[in-house]
Design a protein around this ligand. Structure first.
Ligand code: GLU
Length: 302
């Protein structure tokens, strides 16, 4: 086995749909064709959005498609102590701080629009929580140096976090762990060398790189796959009513996912068994054939 360690990290907010199948296929083939290990992690930190039974359903579906993962499944909902340790370390070093601001206060403040149209934190509590107020969220301090990365698929990206995002949340006001903290702590703990996932997460990657740097940890390589979108360009998700994958159509769904990722699956393989499809895909995987775009509309979801 090589040093490569990859992973697929679904959020159990619903059953596996075609968009998440594409992410699973991309990360799996990239790992296995490089002799790497491949792990599955259930990202169930956002408990209000977690649907009971969805994680088991996702794991059953992955197994039915023929994915074989290494080691134990990691459940983020059981990793609170690890996240708390890292947050405390950042607080002790003054790299993170408590914040009393409400969402409305941030939205009303000057310079609150982030580069991606989201909310940019203007830094109100950087110098301490105002008297009479209570820290609710925990934020990581950023500065305005350029964070540059080269994604294996999407190419170069530069962000200035202070200007584009502001100090960002590690633990939310409601006590839940933020994705940014959980994903970095877990990818580091699992020794992940290569993150292959949907391009909807590309714009948050500089935040993760900053967090790795703050903790003195090596930054993994990144490959952001185009996401599956509907005709309106919206990412296929539970919110856009993506249907669950039909198990009786596994072979044709796998062919679609491979073609979506730029693999020219020959017509004679359409209808083939899963083993034959995986063998062909492992022999033909090439990251350079993946379209270098952030999203591709799939006519099936007009
Ligand atoms: N849990 C995230 C999602 O389902 C993926 C996170 C990641 O791969 O880093 O969108």
């Amino acid at each position: 086995m090589s040093d490569y360690r990859g992973r697929f990290a679904p959020s159990p907010t619903g059953p596996l749909h075609f968009g998440s199948l594409v992410a699973a296929v991309g990360s799996y083939l990239d790992a296995r064709t490089q002799g790497g290990a491949w792990f599955v992690r259930i990202e169930d930190v956002d408990t209000p959005r977690t649907v009971p039974g969805a994680a088991d359903d996702i794991l059953r579906t992955l197994a039915a498609f023929g994915f074989a993962w290494d080691g134990e499944i990691v459940w983020q909902s059981r990793r609170g102590d690890a996240y708390a340790d890292i947050l405390n370390r950042l607080l002790e070093h003054g790299q993170a701080y408590g914040c009393a601001c409400s969402r409305k206060e941030i939205a009303d403040s000057a310079r609150s629009t982030a580069a991606d149209g989201g909310l940019r934190y203007p830094g109100t509590c950087r110098v301490g929580v105002p008297p009479g107020r209570e820290a609710r969220a925990m934020r990581l301090r950023v500065d305005d140096r350029a964070i540059a990365m080269t994604d294996r698929i999407q190419g170069p990206l530069v962000q200035h976090l202070e200007r584009d995002v502001g100090d960002f949340v590690l633990r939310r006001a409601d006590g839940l762990w933020a994705y940014q903290l959980a994903v970095v702590v877990d990818d580091h703990a699992q020794g992940i060398t290569d993150v292959v996932r949907g391009a909807d997460l590309l714009d948050s990657t500089p935040r993760q790189i900053w967090l790795y740097t703050q903790l003195g940890w090596p930054v993994p390589r990144y490959a952001h796959l185009p996401v599956v979108a509907n005709a309106a360009g919206e990412k296929l998700s539970k919110q856009t009513l993506a249907p669950a994958l039909a198990l009786e159509a596994r072979s044709s769904e796998l062919v679609r996912a491979l073609r979506f990722l730029g693999l020219a699956v020959p017509e004679e393989l359409v209808g083939a068994g899963l083993d034959d499809l995986w063998a062909w895909a492992l022999a033909h995987w090439n990251v350079n054939h993946i379209p270098r775009v952030r999203a591709i509309s799939d006519p099936r979801w007009g």
